[in-house]
Design a protein around this ligand. Structure first.
Ligand code: SF4
Ligand code: SF4
Length: 439
């Protein structure tokens, strides 16, 4: 794609990066076929190619984002299916990240929307506040039935519709908190390795059992696990809201405490059980590439970050003698894992080797609609995607559904009675741990 940035514009490293990405795009449109919003809405401007044109126009003309640009960028899930499909290697992720940051900086959203986004950006990365908000939401759930639902994908869902979506996501009960930062779990037997385990923010409130399963499995296999003190939310949530100042501050803080921990006791890896977080931590090196003090430490941390299944594929898992029958597991491939990190086979191989009957889900490239805060901000599109995902999962008649990302787990569980568990819970069970709690 031909671009027309001036030399002065190209002096800005972000614009130079956008120029490189835009020039790689050859307008072929292959990406449209796998884009969930294009598949649902059929509008070229809701396809990757359409969005790329909108972003190009906005950046080249150096104009504030228009209402139309904002509408179509807001509808993008950042699922990155387009990057998997693109034959020219267009880095849509870095382009749309830049567009979101510019929208956040230069576009005046309506007051109610600004307030909602500010609340999400403030509450979600703080587990204490998030827990309190979930308790409040649970009390407010009876009110959800009184709030409006639209049948079609609204271009700008109302605040009430979004509040209804938020209330619907609140769990019936909250589990007790898991172990806090600063805790070390020694290995059983001889130590074979030492890792940090990302504590996450929403996950530690909604399902601390996931990291507990990871700790149980790792220590059982001789790996020491550290929950690093003063670790924060990885920044993914605010990054996807375009609030890069907040996201980068969190990245720097995490890099600092992780490197301190690596200096003290050594770290073979920083393990992540929430693939949405893993994708962003693996991108810290890019996000901080222009930061003189943090560019190199960030690259080091990105290299250390691993999805839990990547790490487990390098150690010999010891299956237990206990039988768990021929359990049919529908494996839901989270977008952040399959498109963001290109991890597609490993989780399924680990599950198969552990004795589960693993089934691929039809249309597995399509997002379930969770996508960070998307199911709150775009509830109508998100519900349609969830219903489509759940129908596809039902086709393989599973006993359980496994996924590697808490957002997907909550989203899918909202539309099915089949138990939804994390991949690590099944692997822990198969190697001597407890049967997944399924709470
Ligand atoms: S990230 Fe997903 S929703 Fe956004 S343009 Fe790409 S395929 Fe479409
Ligand atoms: S598939 Fe790649 S090159 Fe083709 S239009 Fe989409 S982004 Fe551009």
């Amino acid at each position: 794609m031909k671009t027309e940035f001036s030399l002065a514009q190209l002096a800005d490293p972000d614009i130079a990066e956008a120029d490189k990405i835009l020039r790689a795009c050859v307008h072929c449109g292959f990406c449209t076929a796998t884009c969930p919003t294009y598949v649902l809405l059929g509008d070229e401007l809701d396809s990757p190619r359409g969005r790329i044109y909108l972003i190009k126009e906005m950046l080249e003309k150096n104009r504030p984002p228009t209402q139309e640009v904002v509408k179509h960028i807001d509808r993008c899930l950042s699922c990155l299916a387009c990057m998997t499909t693109c034959p020219s290697g267009v880095n849509y992720m870095h382009l749309v990240d830049q567009a979101r940051a510019r929208i956040e900086r230069d576009y005046a959203r309506p007051l109610a929307e600004r307030a909602l986004r500010a609340v999400l950006a403030w509450v979600l990365p703080r587990p204490g506040l998030f827990r309190a908000s979930m308790m409040l939401a649970r009390l407010g759930r009876p009110l959800a039935a009184l709030l409006p639902t639209s049948k079609t994908a609204s271009p700008s869902p109302t605040l009430l519709r979004r509040i209804k979506a938020m209330l619907a996501l609140a769990p019936n009960r909250l589990p007790a908190s898991g172990p806090s930062g600063g805790t070390t779990f020694p290995p059983l037997g001889a130590r074979r390795g030492r890792v940090a385990l990302l504590q996450g923010c929403a996950q530690q409130v909604l399902a601390p059992r996931i990291n507990q399963a990871a700790i149980n499995l790792l220590t059982r296999h001789g790996i020491e696990v550290v929950l690093v003190k003063d670790e924060q939310c990885c920044g993914a949530l605010t990054h996807h809201l375009g609030r890069d100042g907040d996201a980068l501050a969190r990245a720097r803080a995490n890099i600092t405490v992780w490197l301190e921990e690596a200096g003290r006791g050594g770290l073979d890896a920083i393990l992540v059980t929430t693939s949405g977080c893993g994708t962003v931590i693996k991108d810290y090196g890019f996000m901080l590439r222009e930061d003189r003090d943090f560019a190199s430490p960030a690259a080091r941390i990105s290299a250390l970050a691993k999805d839990i299944t990547e790490y487990l594929s390098g150690i010999d898992l010891r299956p237990s003698q206990q039988q768990h029958g021929d359990i049919v597991v529908a494996y839901h491939s989270a977008c952040s894992l399959q498109h963001g990190q290109k991890i597609t086979q490993l989780p399924k191989e680990l599950l198969s080797k552990s004795g589960f009957v693993v089934k691929d889900v039809p249309e597995s490239h399509l997002c379930c609609g969770s996508a960070g805060t998307y199911n709150i901000l775009q509830p109508d599109i998100a519900s349609r995607l969830r219903d489509r995902k759940v129908a596809n999962i039902a086709m393989v008649k599973p006993d359980m559904i496994a996924a590697g990302n808490i957002g997907c787990m909550v989203q899918i569980a909202g539309g099915t009675s089949v138990p939804v568990v994390h991949t690590i819970e099944l692997l822990d069970w198969a190697t001597g741990g407890a049967k997944p709690g399924l709470s």
